[in-house]
Write a protein that binds this ligand. Sequence first.
Ligand code: HEM
Length: 456
Amino acid sequence: VSGLWADLRDACVALPRRLAAGLFPGGRGDGSAAQRLRRFWLYHLFPFKVTERALAPRATFALGLITLVLFLVLVGTGLLLMLYYVPTPAGAYASMLDLESVVFLGSFVRRLHRFAGHAMVVTVGLHLVRVFAMAAYRGRELNWTLGLGLLLLVLGLAFTGYLLPWDQTSFWAVRVVTAMTDHLPFGGAWLQRLALGGSEVSGATLVRFYALHVALLPAAAITLVALHLWRIRKDGGLARPASADGPTVPAWPHLTLRVGVVALLVVCAMLLLASLVAAPLGPPADVLRPSNPEKAPWYFLGIQEMVSYSARVGGVLFPLVLGLGLWLLPFVDREEAGVGAWFGQRAERLRMAGVALVGLVAGVALVVWYLEPAGAAWVAAQSPALQELTNPAAAMLGLGGLLLGFFGWRGGSVRAGLRTALLVWLVALVLFTLVGLCRGPDWVFFWPWEGWPLAF
Ligand code: HEM
């Protein structure tokens, strides 16, 4: 933190000088106004030169950049939607109907906003996995922490936006997610009241979610994104193996051109999606008619599925262990080798692929066993304490713990131990999300071909 303050202070002191150098004659290069302006703006984002290696698509798959472009699309379309949206129970659903049928291009802008929001949750998750897989968090503790903050903000933005259409799906989804705070050991009731503005989802909740969605969370996200991008430069660019500096090329035009192409492709993909697929809108929210099933948005479905096994393990322990494990990763992994390469050496790649496979097979087997009447009956016959430990979420948590002990302690590599454990937990979260998607009325499991629609 003291480093961050020192950097901020230096940046503030240097700003007037950089402004002057960028806007007035006398700088380096050919001195043309265009070049000076270009350099002034790009100076904060890109270095003058980048390694050719960093430009290769597989270095990052541009996932951070794609996330950033989606964020900008969301800000632009969100500002347009704000012109029509009325954050009251009577006005919210009516604004959706207006957007869908009366407002010029209203439906299209709504689709763009909605799909870009969902896409951003996916790409931010993939970006995290990329950084995790390349051990690119090494030596970037602050930026990794800022990134985790951004992940929470992206989820918060997606979730607060989910309520705004005020239809049956959104209303009951918010109800079920806020009800999950009941399981927190302390502060749960307080958090719930804070989010809801009372004890139930109501007009007060809508105003709070709206304020969070259009002002507080975007302001926080813009601040963190700016710090995040600036830290990449302060950390010396993208993480790479010590031996792999290689040839460099000027950022202009090599990097800027690629950034432009990626941005264009992302925008085109969103435009295409919005022209082909309609954004769902259910019947208006009805407090007296609960939807069955009451489902969280897809990015929280994994947790809801685990809560259906055990509230304490699925709703508290699992998210806590996963979050803490992710955050601690750059602080406890002190190994230099393998940074900036997909899962480091060949042996590490094999180990991670094997662990992912074992995690997947174990997870599927556990879920199938738990869904079978015999498995469910066996669990139901156990004492309450044992029931907490004999469910798929607890078992996957335990499997991760075993891997942590085996590779970390016995194998002597903290990185291998923590990364194998985290990988198994991430695989489990994805698997439980898929199972949650297949849940129908009364939380009964339906295979996709059995006709119950998968709701997002
Ligand atoms: C709004 C969300 C985010 C945005 C817009 C964003 C943007 C970016 C961009 C543009 C880069 C440059 C490399 C690339 O394109 O992949 C980057 C790098 C990085 N990001 Fe993010 N990011 C976000 C969230 C996260 C999250 C959730 C994490 C992890 C917890 C994270 C950790 C990092 C780290 C450690 C780097 C440096 C990677 C390296 O040196 O190779 N970011 N981010």
